[in-house]
Design a protein around this ligand. Sequence first.
Ligand code: NAP
Length: 797
Amino acid sequence: MAELTYRDAVARGIAQEMKRDKDVVFLGEDIAKAGGVFKATVGLYEQFGPLRVRDTPISEQAILGAAMGAAMTGLKPIAEIMFSDFIAVCFDYIANEFPKSRYMSNGQTKCPLVVRTGNGAGSRFGAQHSQSVENWCMMIPGLKVVAPSNPLDVVGLLAAAVRDPDPVIFFEHKSLYPTKGEVPDGEIVDTLGTAKIVQPGKDATICALALMVPRALEAAEKLKTEHGIDCEVVDVRSLVPLDTQTILGSVAKTNRLFTVEENPRLCGWGAEIVSIVADEAFYDLDGPPVRITTPHIPLPAADILEDMVLPNAARYDNLLAGVPTDLWIGGRWCKSSDGARFDVFDPATENVVASVASASVQDAASAVDAAQDAFCAWAARRPRERAEILRKAHELVMRDAERLAKLITLENGKALPDSQSEVAYAAEFFRWYAEEAVRNIGEVSIAPSSGARILVQHRPAGVALLVTPWNYPAAMATRKIAPALAAGCPVVLKPASDTPLTMLALMPIMEEAGVPPGVINVIPSRSSGAVVSAMLHDMRVRVVSFTGSTEVGRKLLREAADNIVKPAMELGGNAPFIVCEDADLDVAVEGAMIAKMRNMGEACTAANRFYVHESVHDRFAEKLTERMAALQMGNGLDEGVVLGPLVNKEGRDKVIELVDDAVSKGAKVLTGGRLPAGPGFFYPATVLVDVPDGAKMLDEEIFGPVASIQRFSSEDEAIRRANGTEYGLVAYVFTRDLARGLRMSERLDFGMIGLNRGLVSDPAAAFGGMKQSGLGREGAHEGLMEFLENQYVSVVW
Ligand code: NAP
């Protein structure tokens, strides 16, 4: 391949076409000895002679008139005019005469003509005019406007332009003339109107034209080396017709678009691309398409791009950089034994954000081996040492809180403020159990009949199997890890497949806090049934602590029975939210917003059934609707967003099904209820009233941002309705009469009651449910006891 300057490439392109086709002629001012104003045609006259290379008078109109005459006689003229500004004076030929002759000859007359002119896309002194000229040209139907970007382009595009049956305006950027590039030997012909991907990338698409292409490449290089942001650079080349397919294809891959243009004033192509992309690929985009225009003086576009691309890239690559994706067994990162992996998705965009190792049954056995190996030494550590490690873990999680919160949002979808509260809540379990680790207090008593001493101590139960859901990827796990470690038990944790990254990211933090190898093992797995079952049938596993659906909990309880494994089960909920006639409605609405909308309704504690006294029903519904309708929905990482997408398609389909069912049975939608278009598993904040008995959402967990409201007329009716479920996790009661509230609490069959509060979760309180909502408690001192076994020594002294 030969290296040519752009100027040489112009000469080569013209010569190539003149050699190939004797009908190609060249017209221009001072083109013979001087090589024209651009010095690009030196030697052309000598090579092709005066009949084919015409020095014309200094008159652009004359050049164009002669060119038109030549074209009408069957020649294929290439006309060079000095600056694009001068197109204005010969506009009539280009805009009217050529199309007219075509029209008058019923399409028989071809009008091949290439008008080459400098300053395309604007530069320095001629910029404003040349850009307006470019815009005029773009508005002439059928007129092709081409702006090459480099030496390679010019040869191929010139060839294509000369062979085109219609006139082509060929804007050349004067500043390109000194640029060099490799031009392959042999004939090159490009396709007019086709954008060209000059550098592939995956994080953002940068569209550029002419001189902006090399600048966009420089910017891309800077972004790549300094920030690891991989930009695709697309040379848009031909302005009309605009090749939107290539551009849309690129954007579909990168989800981000920037156009880089010179001179903001009248340049039109960037605006056109931006509007097309905004229109056609709006839901593919992670941010608005952005036009970047730089002034005449070539400012480095990279600085501007950097500012704009970084916030987006930070969402993904920077956030994921350093997040482990293998199995954490025995203090080492390992691939799965069978090499299996699974994808993790961002629910806001449906993009794959990571691929994570999927543990096999064999890996589960290795994890139990590692935990068992670590057991004795960990259990033998002084409680104070274990407490200090947990205290340190709290400190380190809070140090990394923002990063962890973003990661939760990325894999779970919840809005960043929800994730931030989750991280603080999750960290608090470490602090609470740092304090509980030193309170493993036994008892001594005297047997009433024999007089022997009854000495009771609590011993760590052994290897604990922890299985957690996706709705709180951090907190549901630390609520188990912290008490287990405080008690002296090593753990094997299987996080939910939708959200494995948060726990994997926590492991280096736990290591830094001083947790020895093997004390915590994390094994994400797509084969959860087989992997968990294998561990439950391993005699060394002594505790299973599960948070998830009642259905899976029931299965695990059955399996735990085979080896008499100690179970702790935090299962589903179907929380009633009772608003009495004497409630402070503002307090009740505030409580409802928390009880319903914390975690977008994807919480076992989420208010699922609102029972509102008939005398305040309408006012409550109206106030709640107003608050719900005002919630900003969007990508959870975006500022101001408080309602992110649901975790996955199945989750959203379930919400859609429940709402459709209620509406088909007569419920009225006060707000929401309509699915937004585009990617991401979004569902709007929805309020339903007149939900009839028999609607499925009254019996099943909605697990989404939908409030279903029913009326009641007496306290007895409210209690009866509230208790009319197989679940018994949490209930909420709002009344100004505290005695009444406590009386009602006693009658409600739920493990937890929020009395004038929409939030019950607290590491210092025993969390857990009655009936089908679970067995055992998490948090508080009770949470520690789940990982301890009593041993009683009968002794006489
Ligand atoms: P889930 O489907 O029961 O899954 C929970 C965990 O169990 C996940 O790690 C899951 O792994 C695993 N799993 C699924 N099928 C299994 C099987 N056959 N054998 C062994 N493990 C299995 O629940 P979810 O959809 O993640 O979470 C939502 C549920 O959790 C709701 O019902 C909610 O009320 C409940 N929840 C309860 C509490 C509470 O404290 N009471 C707190 C939060 C959530 P994969 O992800 O790989 O399937």
